[in-house]
Design a protein around this ligand. Structure first.
Ligand SMILES: [Zn+2]
Length: 378
């Protein structure tokens, strides 16, 4: 569930420039196609009147470069006006030329739904073969692909399972392509820690498997959406990705939301002893320095969102000791704040008719009620 810190900050740096460039590119497309500058031609932009005047040099400009102290512009630049000032910014590859609209820009023609691709990487380790076969048979990635189909993305998003050599998952750009990576080791860990039977609140092994898979995938997809839609984040990106996942789960409503939320929180639940009978925990101080919240905090955050979204369906959270009374009164406000952010930053990128169909579909129907846990790691 962690993201790679390096890749995230790298993406952040790119995103800043990309958003300027793409905004300008959009503006540019609303004006007639700009003419090219022929050899020895020039343009003059008046910084006070903002008028643009074409010109032509007398004689060969190559002899005047040094005399004028002119600098090579490099691959490209954008001049833009903000208020009463002009600015110039280097823009190497981010502005589409009229011939080439491809690239990481948010441009009209490239934005469309059905833009998630999925890949089951073939694991090398013999002990992961069974899990690989099981995931393919249950078509879990195809179902995620269907659930995410209403998002109108400016670029293809790949979700892949792969052998990583560690228990992890993350979002990053691989060769500039937005990619969510789910490690087989993490998925195996989830399957090995499922409840054996139906647990408290009617949570089945299937709920715990589907809920956790759904949770960790949409958490990473959250990071991807923030990158693709250039969503500004105040606060921790990890909390924002958790909230994105929680919000999506809750949109399925009532019983299905309940199964997803309770299933998704299954592993964290282990960390959260009933606060009334075991109110004290011991934890490593360094844990508080993590960019991820502590499991206990993530658990309570998710429970609070659920209770805030639907205090009737999730009423038992406050009664069964999962949501202490020092938190529950603010949960409606927390959920509304999240819903506002989602509606403002994400909803405009969703095909609403497709989304309604997604919410009316029974997903993960190929996943069986019980599992034989795959072989433990050697
Ligand atoms: Zn994350």
């Amino acid at each position: 569930m962690s993201s790679q810190g390096k890749s995230i900050s790298f993406i952040g740096a790119i995103v800043g420039v990309a958003s300027i460039a793409s905004n300008l590119a959009v503006a540019q497309s609303q004006t007639p196609p700009p003419a090219a500058i022929a050899d020895n031609d020039s343009i003059y932009i008046d910084g006070k009147t903002f008028s643009i005047t074409p010109g032509r040099a007398k004689g060969d400009t190559s002899t005047q470069i040094q005399a004028l102290g002119a600098r090579d512009l490099g691959p490209g630049a954008i001049v833009f006006r903000s208020g009463e000032k002009l600015y110039i910014v280097a823009a190497p590859v981010l502005v589409p030329s009229p011939q080439n609209q491809a690239g990481p820009n948010i441009s009209g023609e490239n934005i469309r739904p059905n833009r998630v691709t999925v890949e089951y990487g073939v694991p090398k380790s013999p002990e992961l073969q069974e899990l690989y076969g099981m995931l393919r048979e249950h078509r879990v990635l195809e179902d995620m692909q269907g659930i995410l189909s209403p998002f109108r993305l400016p670029e293809e998003l790949t979700i892949k399972t792969t052998e990583c050599g560690m228990v992890n998952s993350w979002y990053s750009r691989e060769n500039s392509k937005p990619t969510v990576t789910l490690c087989y080791e993490l998925l195996r860990h989830i399957l090995q820690s499922l409840p054996k039977n139906t647990g408290p609140g009617g949570i089945t092994p299937r709920d715990a498997a589907v809920g956790q898979f759904f949770w960790l995938t949409t958490h990473e997809v959250g990071h991807a959406m923030f990158d693709l839609f250039k969503v500004p984040i105040f606060g921790h990106a990890e909390d924002a990705a958790d909230n994105f996942a929680g919000y999506i789960m809750l949109q399925f409503g009532k019983e299905r939301a309940r199964r997803l939320i309770a299933g998704g929180a299954w592993a964290w639940r282990m960390y959260v002893a009933d606060y009334r009978t075991k109110p004290i925990v011991q934890t490593q101080l360094a844990g508080f320095a993590s960019n991820h919240g502590q499991p206990e905090e993530r658990f309570y955050n998710l429970m609070c969102l659920a209770y805030g979204a639907d205090p009737v369906t999730f009423a038992d959270l406050t009664q069964d000791g999962y949501l202490p009374p020092n938190r529950s009164p603010t949960c409606r406000f927390e959920y509304d704040t999240l819903a506002y952010a989602f509606h403002r930053e994400i909803s405009p990128h969703i095909d609403q008719q497709m989304a309604r169909q997604v919410l009316d579909t029974a997903w993960f129907s190929n996943v069986p009620a019980t599992f034989t846990a795959p072989s433990p790691p050697r």
